[in-house]
Each structure stands twice: as C-alpha cells, then as structure tokens.
Design a protein around this ligand. Structure first.
Ligand SMILES: [Zn+2]
Length: 175
C-alpha cells in the first residue's frame, strides 16, 4: 500500500455525460444559458458539460460519481443548479490535496453552434474551477453519423496537480 510519502503528484480524470433535448426549457451548458428553442432535460438543470467535469474531478480523486452523490431519484436535485455539483467535486479535489492543472472538453451536439459561446463557457468554467481560462479547452463537434441529433454529449479530461498534504494525512501526522 502506498504511504502518504508516496502520493501521486499528478492525477488524471475522465468524465462523460449525455442529455436529451426537450422543447421549452432553458439550455445550460458550462454554467451559462444559451439562447435556443430546446434545453436539456433530466438530472438537475441538465448542464451536460458541468456534469462531465464534475465526474472527471471526482474520478481523478477516486470519489463516488455525481449520480451517487446527488441521486437523480432525489427530488431535492430536480432543477438544481449544476454549479452545486461542481463545487462539491472541486472541494473533494482540494481536500485530497490537489488543484486543477488543466481541463479539456469535447461537446457533441447538432445545435446550437457552440463556437460563438466557447470563450464565454471557458471563462465561466475557469472561474468555477479557480484556474485561468487558458487552462480550459472547449471544443464542439456535430454528431456526424451518430444518429443522436436530439442529444448533447460531453467528454472531459482533467489533470490535477498536488498542491499540499491532504487534510486526512495532516490529521494522521498529528496523531
Ligand atoms: Zn448529466
């Protein structure tokens, strides 16, 4: 078993999410609202990108995923702001002694076009993750040949860097 002296200095995380488009609800991607005639339904406010980022962060520190931490079956999370999930995931990263080095995301959706909004999404995600916006990559593709015109998909990889000794180890060292 590794000891606290053999902690990883970097960790990688990967997150995936998908949501279905529904008419008449707001479209939130990356913590910003985009003008569109359809929004993403399902868990909370349906922010597919923030969910994938949260899962990438949680996965990087081997924590339970957002489905386990914030069960979709719990009415408490219906319509919830996904920023809440992201903050909890980031807290777990910080508690484990890590900070975000950089993140890269790919969105796959037929519409709306993400290009004109990519800079705003990068700025918002960077703000939420407490990093510079040049540490956040956001790319978008259309679902060529995937037959998923009515869904939005997000893939995210994140790299964490060790910042300090984690809370638990500090307590252990005092004992
Ligand atoms: Zn989701």
């Amino acid at each position: 078993m590794p000891t606290t002296n053999q902690r990883l200095t970097t960790r990688i995380g990967y997150g995936f999410d998908s949501h279905e488009f529904h008419p008449g609800i707001p479209l939130k991607i990356g913590g910003i609202t985009l003008a569109h005639d359809k929004g993403l339904g399902g868990h909370s406010d349906g922010d597919v990108l923030l969910h994938a980022i949260a899962d990438a962060l949680l996965g990087a520190v081997a924590a339970p995923d957002i489905g386990a931490l914030f069960p979709p079956s719990d009415p408490k999370w219906k319509g919830a702001d996904s920023v809440v999930f992201l903050r909890e995931a980031l807290k777990r990263v910080h508690d484990a002694g890590y900070g975000v080095a950089n993140l890269d995301a790919s969105l796959i959706l037929a519409a709306p076009k993400i290009g004109p909004h990519a800079a705003a999404i990068r700025v918002r995600v960077a703000e939420l993750l407490e990093v510079r916006s040049d540490c956040v990559g956001v790319k978008a593709k259309t679902p060529e040949g995937l037959n998923q015109e009515n869904a939005a998909v997000a893939h995210v990889v994140v790299l964490l860097e060790q910042q300090r000794v984690p809370k638990k180890s500090r307590q252990a060292n005092k004992e």
